[in-house]
Design a protein around this ligand. Structure first.
Ligand code: 5GP
Ligand code: MN
Length: 321
């Protein structure tokens, strides 16, 4: 097992970074590790990098310390990548990762490409936050670290509802509760509360969604024009696909966001019969069996046709089993 403390002890300068378009598990794990290390190893230079921190997570301690641009020319002794299934997911910090004396990859995606010198990937863990909990010294987890880890677990399990929620997940969450955090406040403030704008886009996506393959696929699309109209950022779409997924009769939900000319960001969720990570991996993306994503070129119709063919193929094979 990875001995995080030993690696940290050997380093004077440490960078922590997560993936592009950071979600709850990504922000929770990065800040959780940052808060843990800065408290335990006072003398070291620790920098935490994230593209941005969604407003709903801004109550976490030290969100104001997050660097949104790479410190040019800095070569870290140790670089820790969190919640990234592949190295390109690091985005603007990828160069810092390669330049660092030592790099570590801590993650829970089954599609993880084991891209670091030292890889610690637990494919069965609900979240990177759950993995980190196991690497920390339990006694040294304070309230601020517990809040970060709890938030990450809540987000990646859809509030303990997705099939990645195990006995271990519940046990870890229980231990975090004992650190004095307010569970209901974290869940309400960071997960359920939506701005008026977010609710409007949710409504629009549901209204414009279509059913394919006799109702087994639900598909919706958000154009750049719509994003601009609402002044929305990608994080404003969080949760929409989860609402699509619980539509009766649906096996797979697909939400496509236009990112550029003939370039689409795809999010997929499965209800069990289809392995969406397998499909996303074919298009250079990745994720988990029940939740995955990728970026695809071509028109939105190409994307829809391509994905529905793969989903249909897996569903037929499932029936045949
Ligand atoms: P989401 O649909 O919420 O963006 O992502 C679902 C899951 O798939 C997350 O675990 C996320 O990390 C992973 N994922 C999403 N997009 C990509 C991608 O382009 N590449 C890889 N490797 N994983 C992705
Ligand atoms: Mn995650």
């Amino acid at each position: 097992m990875l001995n995080l403390t030993n690696l940290v002890k050997k380093a004077d300068t440490i960078a922590i970074a997560g993936h592009v378009r950071p979600d709850g598990d990504c922000v929770g794990s990065c800040l959780g590790l940052y808060n843990y290390l800065t408290r335990e190893f006072g003398g070291k230079q620790v920098d935490v990098y994230l593209e941005s921190v969604p407003e709903a997570f801004s109550f976490l301690k030290n969100t104001d310390k997050v660097c949104t641009e790479a410190k040019q020319g800095t070569v870290y002794d140790l670089f820790i990548s969190l919640d990234c299934g592949s190295v390109d997911r690091l985005g603007f910090t990828e160069a810092l990762f390669h330049a660092a004396g030592m790099n570590v990859n801590i993650d829970h995606h089954i599609s993880n490409t084991l891209f670091a010198k030292c890889n610690h990937v637990e494919g069965k863990a609900s979240s990177t936050c759950e993995v980190l909990y196991g690497l920390f010294d339990e006694e040294k987890i304070d309230k601020s670290v517990a809040e970060c880890l709890y938030l990450g677990i809540v987000h990646d399990t859809g509030v303990f509802k997705h099939s990645n929620t195990s006995r271990r997940t519940m046990e870890v969450a229980g231990c975090l509760l004992e650190k004095g955090i307010s569970s209901s406040k974290i869940i309400d403030d960071s997960f359920y509360r939506k701005t008026y704008l977010q609710n409007q886009i949710l409504g629009r996506c549901l209204l414009e969604s279509i059913l394919l393959l006799e109702g087994k696929i639900i598909f919706s699309f958000v154009s750049q024009k719509v994003m601009q109209l609402y002044g929305a950022v990608p994080a404003d779409l969080d949760g929409i696909i989860d609402q699509m997924r619980v539509t009766e009769g649906v096996e797979v939900a697909v939400l496509v966001r236009e990112e550029g000319v003939q370039c689409h960001k795809v999010s997929m969720r499965s209800n069990g019969k289809v392995d969406v990570s397998r499909i996303c991996c074919m298009f250079g993306g990745g994720g988990h069996k029940m939740a995955a994503g990728c970026t695809m070129n071509g028109s939105v119709h190409d994307v829809m046709n391509n994905l529905s063919a793969h989903i249909s193929h897996q569903l037929s094979a499932y029936k045949a089993e």
